[in-house]
Design a protein around this ligand. Structure first.
Ligand code: ADP
Ligand code: ZN
Length: 284
């Protein structure tokens, strides 16, 4: 039996076909343009396969409330072509097979939970630090949605004493995403993150914000493992800085076990999203 997975991102859509063992047998990356154009290319790719079911990890916000009339619709996105687009309805119409939808970060978390850095634990949180910041949660094999879905990238974090940057979240200014996303680093320091590797102050400030958010997530959700991915985390120094700060902030109040395991890097080499999307289809 083969299953389809779609990781729908703001810049690219990754389509893949795979099985229950987490093996991907075919994959295609399609740039995200207007919905019609993009989904025609997606359909052309999947037309070569006899799929049992399809899973989608989508950029958001997306309505994940199964009781809602707009279940599976992309909501208030800055990508205006996709605003109010009924993604789930459209895919169900295109393929006539069961289609399951979740957030991109929940799908990535599920991929890591099943096949990657979270495969030895019962609960894990996956955080992506990239163009935006988001996090997904899996407990006992199920992703968490709540009413619509969590927006953990927009939590408030205390300002670093050496930081005067106002923040760049269009909704909240200085929320976590406004202070610690890739674009926030670029706006604060006037240079892209990958060109700032040797500037220790940049990563000290970055780790400060990530650590405060991680402490809050730990206290609220108590995950067994926290996996940090996304473009900004290519700065590997961040893992040790974040671990050190999380440890200091928690001050032994909660026992998170070995910190190197508790806060870890992803293991699926940028395929966690699409593998998680396939898992959504295969599991249900
Ligand atoms: P997206 O979030 O758009 O899906 P990424 O996870 O790759 O994509 O994140 C892109 C962001 O990560 C950009 O803001 C980019 O500047 C930043 N980034 C990418 N590589 C690095 C790096 N090596 N060091 C620091 N920042 C990086
Ligand atoms: Zn925000």
């Amino acid at each position: 039996m083969v299953f389809g997975g779609i990781e729908a991102g703001g810049t690219k859509i990754v389509c893949a076909v795979g099985n229950r063992s987490g093996e991907i047998t075919s994959k295609k990356v399609i740039p995200t343009s207007a919905p019609e154009e993009t989904l025609m290319e997606v359909k052309a790719f999947f037309s070569h396969f006899d799929l049992e079911a399809l899973g989608v990890g989508s950029f958001g916000p997306v309505d994940l409330n199964k009781e809602s009339d707009t279940y599976g619709t992309i909501l208030n996105t800055p990508k205006t072509d996709w605003k109010n687009f009924d993604l789930l309805g459209r895919l169900k119409g295109d393929y006539q097979i069961p289609v399951y939808i979740d957030t991109d970060v929940n799908a990535a978390c599920l991929g890591e939970y099943r096949y990657g850095a979270g495969k030895c634990v019962n609960s894990c949180l996956y955080i992506t630090v990239g163009t935006g910041i988001g996090a997904g949660l899996v407990q006992d094999g199920y992703t968490f949605q709540g009413k619509i879905h969590p927006e953990m990238g927009h939590v408030m974090v205390p300002r670093h004493s050496d930081d005067s940057f106002a923040g760049c979240c269009p909704y909240h200014g200085n929320c976590l995403e406004g202070m610690a996303s890739g674009p926030a680093i670029e706006k604060r320091h006037g240079n892209k993150g990958y060109l700032l590797s040797h500037d220790a102050a940049v990563w000290e400030i970055e780790a400060h914000y990530l650590a405060h958010a991680i402490v809050n997530y730990t206290l609220i959700l108590s995950p067994e493992r926290i996996i940090l991915g996304g473009g900004v985390m290519k700065q590997e120094i961040l893992y040790s800085l974040v671990r050190e700060k999380v440890s200091k902030l928690l001050n032994s109040y909660v026992d998170v076990g070995n910190l190197n395991d508790f806060i870890s890097a992803p293991a699926l080499d940028d395929e966690q999203g699409v593998k998680g999307a396939i898992t959504l289809a295969a599991d249900r």
